[in-house]
Design a protein around this ligand. Structure first.
Ligand code: AMP
Length: 217
């Protein structure tokens, strides 16, 4: 089973992606996580990636496509995968189609999280993440049990460099201009399923699961 999770920054893609891959036993492919990992290495490529991310801009298509192509070739993708944060542009969606066609594969469902811009700014400004295990918290709605410490691995949680209001607004603009047209792209194919992402995590998860085709169906 191959899935795409689409939605604006702060819609809860990372949290829902974790739950979905755990439940269905498929590979989690987050381009954002991969880029943050490379950026943390401090290499020249990492520094370049960081400059795009810090500015709230998209990493160039050719770079992203190459990274995803290599990732999809890894053995764990054979059992299926969830793409989280890819594709984000029309050329990326077309490149994905070509990659999948070459391997006689297809996307079974596109899951789209819908949420208002004002709610996103509110959520992201109070989001904190764990740089060690990827855990995500919200100081208002889902604070860690111990102030400043990850519930899952006890590392110190931090604010993402791109979670400040100016960069959030830039990321939203990029989403509306470049990524949201993909909703029409997948609607035309009849594989788009939208869910209201503003609700509690478990409610959103339940609705998403209802759209995930399971083996044999
Ligand atoms: P995310 O964690 O998905 O919000 O991604 C964080 C940042 O990584 C984005 O703001 C972009 O700078 C970059 N990025 C992640 N995925 C992509 C993509 N598919 N295309 C271009 N840039 C991306």
């Amino acid at each position: 089973m191959n899935l795409i999770l689409i939605g604006p920054p702060g819609a809860g893609k990372g949290t829902q992606a974790k739950n979905i891959v755990e439940k269905y036993g498929i590979a989690h492919i987050s381009t954002g996580d991969m880029f943050r990992e490379t950026a943390a290495s401090g290499s020249e490529v990492g520094k370049k990636l960081q400059s795009f991310m810090s500015a709230g801009k998209l990493v160039p298509d050719d770079v992203v496509i190459e990274v995803v192509k290599n990732r999809l070739a890894k053995a764990d993708c054979v059992k299926g995968f969830l793409l989280d944060g890819f594709p984000r542009t029309d050329p990326q969606a077309q490149a994905l189609d070509l990659m999948l066609a070459a391997g006689k594969q297809k996307i079974d469902a596109v899951l789209c999280l819908k949420i208002d811009d004002s709610e996103i700014v509110r959520r992201l400004s109070s989001r904190r993440v764990c740089p060690s295990c990827g855990g995500s918290f919200n100081l208002v709605s889902q604070p860690p049990k111990v102030d400043g410490i990850c519930d899952f691995c006890a590392a110190k949680i931090v604010q993402r460099a791109d979670d400040n209001e100016q960069t959030i607004r830039q990321r939203l603009q990029v989403y509306h201009q470049q990524t949201s047209p993909l909703i029409a792209y997948y609607t035309k194919r009849g594989i788009l399923n939208s869910v209201d992402g503003s609700r509690a995590v478990n409610e959103v998860f339940k609705d998403l699961c209802a759209f995930i085709p399971t083996a044999g169906h």
